[in-house]
Write a protein that binds this ligand. Structure first.
Ligand code: ADP
Ligand code: MG
Length: 361
């Protein structure tokens, strides 16, 4: 078991700065998810921790030791790759044994660990098969098994579920959670999928352009985004943004956004102090837009049933906003309806910097 600490980590490839000063504490036994759009530097960060890339600057600590100068095989980590990277000519058992054999582990210990991992992952019946004789989900289990038998201090996983179909992905997500409950091995998990990040991690680190934008428990980050990037990236459909001029009159704050004059609830007044006359963005998540008589008049553009919810695309003047509503709701396109924003869940952002004005850690 070990914690991992990244401090001012930089990785530059010729003219590309892939990782641009990342500092991150990955607590012992945590399941930490690095999430962000494609190309933001997630894989590079993971490869730096693994020792597959050399840092340009900054330090990587595993446990109490700075490991920058330690080679990959000298670091007590096991990595699970997106494409599984199984040896095609070896059986499942052979694949799971191989790393331990290389380390010169006793045969008895190998047998026991492979048997335990196979049981844990329910792949006992597959031990004699070749990877080509396995489904994608089964190959994924074998790749996990190969990491588990090493009993490393840290698991590193790079989009391990992205080659699975949607249903299997959800199932494996639950199994990864269970696995972590059982083994408690410190895990750094990389994904571009914000839903995966929200459901898997006990800590998420949202990355953009080589930098970490925010770190915290998933629900906290979702409810308290530090800036518009994080607010926009987490959540599906994503947060609605309405920009306007903030005006202070008779102790009240009003935000002119298109056809509505939004009255800022008093609990946000302190946060908006000093922003009188500035461009401010109101952020409201689709699930916090509710149909309500005598609310803000909107026109229904699109009704999209998604099973457990229905997403409405609504025209508000020349802008569109989305609302997530109960699937049973009786509206059709072109209907005139009215909506309300949940006052306690809105956020305000500085339009120039994207910083959330009501953020408090
Ligand atoms: P992610 O995993 O978030 O999609 P990566 O870490 O793979 O992002 O890549 C981050 C950036 O670094 C990208 O711009 C990518 O093109 C660049 N990059 C990654 N690896 C290399 C490399 N070996 N040589 C040059 N550029 C690279
Ligand atoms: Mg990647």
């Amino acid at each position: 078991m070990a914690e991992v600490t990244l401090t001012d980590l930089v990785k530059q490839f010729e003219d590309v700065v892939a990782v641009d000063g990342v500092s991150l504490d990955i607590p012992d036994e945590s399941f930490t998810v690095l999430v962000g759009p494609s190309g933001c530097g997630k894989t590079t960060t993971l490869r730096l921790i693994a020792g597959l890339e050399r840092a340009t600057d900054g330090t990587i600590e595993i446990g109490d030791e700075i490991v920058n100068d330690r080679r990959a095989y000298e670091r007590d980590i096991a990595m699970v790759f997106q494409n599984y990277a199984l040896y095609p000519h070896k059986s499942v058992e052979g694949n799971m044994r191989f790393g331990l054999e290389q380390q010169g582990t006793d045969d008895e210990v190998i047998e026991e660990r492979v048997a335990d991992a196979a049981e844990l992952l329910q792949i006992e019946e597959l031990l004699d098969r070749r990877p080509s004789e396995l489904s994608g989900g089964q190959q994924q289990r074998v790749a996990l098994g190969r990491a588990i038998v090493r009993e490393p201090d840290v698991f590193l996983m790079d989009e391990p579920l992205s080659n699975l179909d949607a249903k299997l992905r959800i199932q494996m997500r639950a199994e990864l959670n269970k696995l972590h409950d059982k083994l408690s091995t410190t895990t750094v998990y990389v994904t571009h999928d914000q839903v995966e990040a929200m459901t898997l991690g006990d800590q998420i680190a949202v990355m953009d352009a080589g930098e970490i934008q925010q770190v915290g428990p998933p629900t906290f980050v979702y409810e308290n985004p530090r800036n518009m990037f994080v607010a926009d990236f987490l959540g599906s459909p994503s947060m609605n943004f309405l920009e306007g001029d903030l005006r202070r009159e008779d102790g009240e704050f009003r935000l002119d956004v298109g056809p509505i004059e939004h009255e800022v609830p008093t609990e946000y007044h302190d946060a908006l102090d000093g922003y009188d006359g500035e461009r401010v963005v109101l952020g409201v998540r689709p699930e916090d837009v509710t149909l309500r008589p005598d609310g803000i008049p909107v026109t229904v553009n699109v009704v999209e049933p998604q099973g457990e919810k229905t997403v409405l695309e609504l025209a508000l003047g020349d802008q569109t906003i989305k609302a997530s509503v109960d699937p049973g709701v009786a509206v059709t396109s072109d209907d005139r309806v009215s909506v309300e924003f949940d006052r306690e869940s809105v956020h305000y952002f500085d339009a120039a910097t994207g910083e959330c004005l009501d953020f408090s850690a």
